[in-house]
Design a protein. Structure first.
Length: 757
């Protein structure tokens, strides 16, 4: 498997052309000439920038990449030179600080930019143009390039609370962002499971709050733990060093200090700022915990003192205050909270949360900064100057933009890099969901629902890397690469989902760069991917296979045996009319070149038939669409991958048209419970039958107790009923009750295969 991408590099090089630069993100305008500039040890760097970090950065990067050591001069007299010219390149667009141009002629490379930021971005493009090879002379194609980004917020996030990553890796992470022209690092520093930033006024935040006495092992649903003390934190000196490191690379670090929820690590150190007084233990369990900050005056003083030290460390315009997933359980029972609600004339706990956020905002504004929070800060009324980070889809961002608040889009559907990016069977454990590179590349941060004036409030987007299941730096690399390459092009404004194959070819070229840098990137894009479609006659399904290299090289079997060079050659979608197991792999020169893909099909009377839903699944969990429910494939219950449909607060109301009247003895449906992820069994499941699709008769109701007893694999026995239409309604658990994970929020309903026998 390791060598597949090298073969792909070779096969695609002819199409792209060796003299055509492979730049990600793709520039706005690029014209390639016919001749070459020769880079050698005699080449010099000429600059009008005094004590420029960019010059030193370029010298070091070229040396590391080529072995050539270039001298810099204020005025170079040699004919072969690289000129870094800080000047206005377009007087009409002087506000675009990051605009730059590169002009490569046969004897010089000229870089012009409106700012040092533009110079830095030009250097990143130039380094991608220069071949990474140790030679005395290196040919670089002549070209003209003009470029600038579309979005001002081009972000990557990293959660260091669930798992802690050392200072050296944080710098490396910043280097990754710089290479692909990201300009915001959202640093998640506090949560229930750990407090990672030194606060000198409150030393117990790190002496106690930075350490937990064990962690979850495996997936949340397994409820297994170790007893190993785990933790770590960043000193203020380390943070200053990292902030300076990022700033030199034109990256702003936005710190996140969670409030009012996700606060157990802080409360373990200072329980007096809770509703109950504790005692508390730093969270071992992933998910959402009930104990949160109590909105009494002493708590605000505590948080303001913390934020004063945070603001002194981070010069960012925005301070992220979280604001998400705050259970109201403790507030409802707390006399301090209820008194506060009466005093402030607040009608419910949602308005109390809004009061909390607005009070924190006033303090942050008084320090000359602004707050940004997850889209839950919309609930109960949005703070006057707050920006919103929209993660529960794009709806929150749309609502905020319409209210003239600035927005960063980060929906779980496209921007959560803790989701699976390949077949879950072949992937390390992940949170759930399915977000391959192609899906990331299809993302549009500006929703079509916004008018041109409203769209101006979309600052950009970012990807989030939550680390419940990511323990090591190499695992972080695996989850972000190559997906962040796709996102970089989306945010630069040059992505085109209709030309994904062209981007994919350039991405493959970058795999060589990642390999030489020793980056542990995912090769999931080289897997054989599959898709199930309805057969035209409604009899069974069609199983499509696809390979990033050449689909015609796929061989497959239909009897469950492993494929070889003598197996069926894949030429068109495979017709599945009976229950069977398909195994497939790609072969080249009589050798297997990919892992074996295995798919078990279990057919029944509903498989491949027409199906309609009253409410669509949530975009985060709707990879295969409605057809997922009758495609003959049973989802993996241990990995929340692409075969599950998820409904947030909504019921499943599905009607299957069997095509003709059938005798029905049994209806089956698969549902899931994973409380830590706010996924709950339905309250009940109802089955209705009809001959005409209009008049239905109720047949059976399955209770919550029966669903739980079945372990989510529900079998509903009927008495040889006849019908053409089968309606299945799984009633969402609704608002999650107190003392359960996610209390006060909408429950998720996860559903898979519906069978009719």
């Amino acid at each position: 498997m390791k060598n597949i991408y090298f073969l792909l590099l070779l096969s695609f090089s002819w199409a792209i052309g060796q003299n055509h630069p492979i730049i990600i993100p793709q520039p706005q305008h690029l014209k390639v000439g016919n001749s070459f500039f020769t880079l050698s040890k005699n080449t010099e760097i000429e600059t009008n920038q005094k004590d420029s970090f960019e010059v030193t950065y370029l010298q070091n990067a070229i040396f590391n990449q080529t072995g050539l050591s270039l001298q810099s001069q204020k005025k170079s007299k040699v004919s072969s030179k690289i000129i870094l010219n800080l000047r206005l390149i377009d007087t009409i667009s002087t506000k675009i600080k990051s605009r730059y141009e590169i002009i490569i002629k046969h004897n010089q490379i000229e870089i012009n930019a409106n700012s040092s930021e533009g110079i830095f971005y030009a250097i990143q493009s130039l380094l991608q143009i220069i071949p990474s090879e140790k030679k005395q002379t290196i040919s670089i194609p002549c070209l003209e390039l003009q470029d600038e980004p579309k979005y001002k917020w081009r972000g990557m996030h990293l959660d260091c609370a669930r798992h802690f990553f050392p200072k050296e890796f944080i710098k490396k992470y910043i280097d990754y962002l710089a290479t692909y022209k990201f300009n915001v690092f959202h640093w998640h520093l506090t949560d229930d499971q750990g407090w990672r930033i030194e606060i000198k006024k409150y030393p117990k935040l790190t002496s106690i709050g930075a350490w937990r006495n064990g962690s979850m092992i495996g997936h949340y649903s397994e409820q297994k733990f170790d007893n190993i003390r785990y933790g770590g934190y960043y000193t203020q000196e380390e943070i200053k060093e990292i902030v300076a490191y990022a700033s030199a690379r034109h990256i702003t670090i936005v710190p996140e200090i969670e409030m009012p929820g996700h606060a157990v690590a802080a409360l373990a150190a200072y329980p007096e700022y809770s509703c109950t007084g504790g005692p508390f233990e730093v969270g071992k369990t992933w998910g959402v915990l009930d104990d949160v900050f109590c909105p009494k005056d002493e708590t605000f003083t505590f948080l303001e003192n913390i934020l004063t030290e945070v603001i002194a460390l981070f010069p960012s315009e925005y301070i992220h205050i979280g604001g998400d997933e705050c259970p109201k359980t403790r507030w409802k029972a707390c006399p301090h909270c209820q008194k506060r609600m009466k005093t402030e004339n607040l009608k419910d706990e949602h308005e109390l949360q809004s009061y909390f956020i607005q009070r924190i905002e006033r303090f942050v504004n008084s320090k000359g900064r602004k707050i940004i929070g997850w889209d839950e800060i919309l609930e109960g009324g949005l703070a006057p100057n707050a920006a919103v980070m929209s993660w529960r889809g794009t709806e929150g961002g749309i609502a905020a933009a319409k209210q003239k608040h600035y927005v960063v889009m980060s929906p779980g559907s496209h921007c959560y890099f803790d989701h699976y990016q390949g077949n879950p069977k072949n992937e390390p454990i992940a949170f759930g969901g399915y977000t391959p590179v192609e899906k990331v590349y299809s993302f549009n941060p500006t929703p079509k629902e916004l008018s041109p004036e409203e769209a101006k409030y979309i600052m950009g987007a970012q990807a989030n890397v939550w680390t419940e299941y990511i323990e090591t730096p190499t695992h972080v690399e695996y989850m972000i690469f190559p997906r962040m390459l796709a996102l970089s092009e989306v945010l630069w404004g040059t992505s085109n989902p209709e030309k994904y194959t062209e981007f994919q070819n350039r991405m493959f070229q970058h795999f060589d760069i990642l390999e030489k840098k020793g980056i542990n990137f995912s090769k999931a894009v080289f897997e054989i991917t599959s898709k199930v479609k309805s057969a035209e006659n409604g009899n069974g399904v069609l199983f499509e296979l696809h390979s990033a290299k050449n689909t015609n090289l796929i061989r497959y079997t239909t009897d469950g045996t492993n494929p070889n060079t003598n197996s069926f050659q894949y030429l068109h979608p495979i017709e599945i009319k009976n229950s069977q197991t398909i195994k497939a792999a790609s072969f080249e020169n009589e050798k297997q070149k990919s892992a074996v893909v295995e798919q078990v099909f279990t057919l029944n009377k509903a498989t491949g038939k027409k199906i309609n839903l009253v409410d669509a699944p949530h975009e985060n969990y709707n990879v295969g669409g409605t057809f997922t429910l009758i495609d003959g494939i049973s989802a993996n219950r241990g990995k929340l991958g692409k075969d599950w449909l998820g409904f947030s607060g909504k019921d499943l109301n599905a009607t299957i048209d069997l095509g003709k009247s059938e005798v029905i003895n049994k209806v089956t449906i698969s549902v899931l419970e994973s409380q830590g992820s706010w996924i709950y069994y339905p309250k009940k499941i109802g089955i209705l039958l009809s001959e005409d699709g209009i008049n239905y008769r109720g047949i059976n109701i399955i209770s919550a107790e029966e669903i739980k007893k079945s372990g989510g694999k529900v079998n509903i026995t009927l008495n040889a009923e006849k019908a053409q239409f089968v309606k299945v309604i799984a009633y969402n658990a609704g608002i999650i009750t107190e003392r359960l994970p996610g209390a006060g929020s909408n429950a998720w309903l996860f559903v898979d295969e519906i069978g009719v026998e």
